[in-house]
Design a protein around this ligand. Structure first.
Ligand code: HEM
Length: 223
């Protein structure tokens, strides 16, 4: 079966969140629902955090992850027809890698950005994304599925480095643009895009998001 068809049927079963309501634009959403999710395409299992904006963020790390530099698998989902969705590894928009995804026809474009202020984040050369084959768009959602290299450790404002603990929890931030047509050039990972309507924060637990190293490597090899 084609990966896109598997993705369509699976997301349809697992995700039944309503589209976000534009009347609530600019309201920071309050809570997340946590859970577990395993991809039928990559066999990689994630911790899952679903927001009241109808977006979902998933993280996984290898149980061999140690030290300051380790890969982090992420999935970013949002309702079909919306603009873009982003996850910050630093708990803020500024001074942190921002993984961002948006629909591009039936596929999804992914990029890592950086912002020193509350302005359009530019492409971040300190991190890269390997896009996994369960990324895609269906009738209800679009999803960026990727492994980030360089998202576990990054410079902070002024001086110093922030390093995530592969066995601990990190403060994540997320943002979502709910308007179709918000990305200037959907096929271009370096494209400009419009400001978000929603953002908020949650604690992502990497310790309980660990998977066997072989499972992580097998998924990464599909990129
Ligand atoms: C065109 C791109 C963007 C612009 C112009 C922009 C602008 C802003 C502005 C002006 C604020 C201040 C609060 C407000 O007025 O709503 C803000 C806050 C915030 N933005 Fe963005 N933003 C952009 C992209 C992103 C992306 C890609 C993320 C990814 C996660 C993000 C995450 C956040 C978060 C978490 C906050 C809360 C304050 C903070 O933690 O820094 N933004 N943004």
């Amino acid at each position: 079966m084609k990966a896109s068809l598997i993705f369509q049927s699976l997301v349809g079963l697992v995700m039944a969140v309503p589209a976000a309501d534009s009347a609530d634009a600019l309201v920071a959403r309050q809570s997340v629902v946590t859970g577990k999710y395993c991809s039928p395409i990559t066999q990689l299992c994630y911790n899952e955090y679903t927001t009241q904006g109808g977006s979902t963020f998933r993280v996984a790390v290898s149980d061999a992850a140690a030290g300051t530099t380790f890969d982090i698998a992420v999935q970013l989902l949002a309702p079909a027809g919306q603009g873009w969705v982003g996850l910050s590894f630093g708990g803020s928009m500024t001074y942190a890698p921002l993984a961002v995804g948006w629909p591009n026809g039936q596929s999804v474009t992914g990029t890592v950005r950086w912002a020193n202020g509350h302005t359009m984040p530019t492409v971040y050369s300190g991190a890269t994304l390997k896009i996994l084959p369960d990324s895609g768009t269906n009738g209800t959602h679009y999803m960026l599925s990727a492994i980030c290299t360089g998202c576990s450790s990054f410079p902070r404002s002024g001086s110093g480095t922030k390093t995530l603990n592969p066995s601990g929890t990190f403060r994540a931030a997320w943002a979502q643009n709910i308007q179709r047509g918000s990305v200037a050039q959907p096929a271009n990972p370096a494209s400009n895009f419009n400001y978000h309507q929603y953002f908020n924060y949650f604690d992502a637990d990497l310790g309980s998001a660990k998977v066997p190293a072989a499972q992580f490597q097998a998924a990464a090899a599909l990129a």
